[in-house]
Design a protein around this ligand. Structure first.
Ligand code: ZN
Ligand code: ZN
Length: 383
């Protein structure tokens, strides 16, 4: 005979049982989620890096696409500044001074231009250097290339390759700045800065005449916002004068007539002169700051990437009451000599102030440090 089970219904226990059930289910889902995501190497930095991955992808891809556009912009804008210099500034200097000063300007301008063109072309077309498959000294393995990384080499996500002594990826060069082209990059920045300061100062007189003085030629084209604000202010002044006397009214009519008379060539030239000065002023400020930043890094014997790594390491060691020392810092003068490659009788005057294609010191794979000097002949045998 089957046994009967007596079921007791206790309505009062229902809510607590339901809550326990839901709690159990939630706990099991939490464990499932944890087991799927658990990784003993996962840190908050990894989580942050992973969540930022789409943003990195966007930046890398836009840098890749923008590279050729930005190089074209540099070439076109530099050409425009040079043309304005030849067409407007140099004749103006000649009329204002004499043949001697015109020649001085001609020599200085061409020396700067030669250095800008040379260093820019070299920075764009020189490969920064990539590590070979076998390196005598390995500091880590690149997770992207799955290949050994020598000291000071880093992976560039835009170029998708490891770069020797990588400084940064420059979209204005559409190239990485690394061991073989770091000097060209820095010299380009310096000469371009000098060039923009020079062109700005030399062209200031002409700019002043066009921007503030010669109203006949001021026609709002692509400088619309700048010229418009200036003219609206000027116009209101004119209108006040017009209201004051009918004679001034006649003059305003003359002004509008002469505006129409301004030829297209004059308008283009006028706008180019204003653009040239504003461009030079803006670029001079930006490049001045960039050159100062890189000069400081070079003086300390570090690259932009190493600066971040060294700062972290410095802070970490400070907590342990230890002092960090950059192994590639040989002191101010030696750092600059190494950077410019001034060895084997090379001089600053010939090899820095004038175009020179000399190689940097070393091979970019093995490095002397301030506490350890490598035997390069032995290392070459190993390679
Ligand atoms: Zn790599
Ligand atoms: Zn790159």
């Amino acid at each position: 005979m089957p046994r009967m089970v007596k079921v007791h219904w206790r309505l009062s226990e229902c809510p607590s049982r339901l809550t326990a059930n839901i709690r159990d289910r939630l706990e099991s889902w939490r464990i499932i989620y944890m087991s799927l995501c658990y990784n003993q190497f996962t840190t908050w930095n990894t989580v942050l890096d992973t969540s930022m991955e789409p943003l990195f992808w966007l930046v890398d891809n836009s840098a890749r696409v923008m590279g050729p556009i930005m190089v074209t912009m540099v070439v076109l804008l530099t050409t425009m500044v040079v043309m304005v210099f030849y067409v407007c500034i140099l004749p103006h200097i000649y009329y204002q001074t004499d043949i001697f000063w015109s020649l001085v300007h001609l020599i200085v301008a061409h020396w700067v231009l030669m250095n800008i063109v040379f260093n820019y072309c070299m920075a764009v077309f020189t490969k920064p250097g990539h590590p070979p498959q076998s390196v005598p000294e390995v500091v880590s393995i690149c997770k992207k290339c799955i290949s050994p990384k020598p000291p000071r080499a880093h992976h560039c996500t835009v170029c998708n390759a490891c770069v020797l002594k990588m400084d940064h990826h420059c979209p204005w060069l559409n190239n990485c700045v690394g061991f073989h082209n770091h000097r060209y990059f820095f010299q380009f920045v310096c000469f371009m800065w000098f060039g923009t300061v020079y062109a700005g100062i030399a062209g200031y007189d002409v700019f002043k005449q066009h921007f503030f003085g010669n109203k006949d030629l001021i026609v709002p084209a692509f400088f619309f916002p700048i010229n418009m604000v200036y003219h609206m202010w000027n116009k209101s002044q004119d209108e006040e004068a017009v209201n004051a006397s009918s004679e001034t009214n006649k003059m305003a009519d003359d002004d509008s007539e002469s505006d129409i008379k301004a030829t297209l060539e004059d308008q283009v030239l006028h706008n180019a002169i204003i653009l040239q000065f504003l461009l030079c002023a803006g670029v001079a400020i930006a490049l001045g700051l960039l050159a100062a930043y890189h000069a400081r890094l070079i003086s300390q014997g570090q690259t932009s990437i190493e600066q971040h790594i060294n700062n972290k390491e410095r802070a970490r060691l400070k907590k342990k009451n230890m002092k960090f020392r950059n192994p590639y810092d040989f002191g101010f003068w030696k750092n600059w000599k190494l950077f410019f490659g001034l060895s084997r009788g090379r001089s600053f005057f010939r090899h820095v102030l004038f175009p020179s294609r000399h190689d940097p010191v070393g091979n970019g794979i093995t490095w002397d440090t301030c506490t350890f000097k490598l035997d390069h002949n032995r290392l070459l045998d190993l390679l």
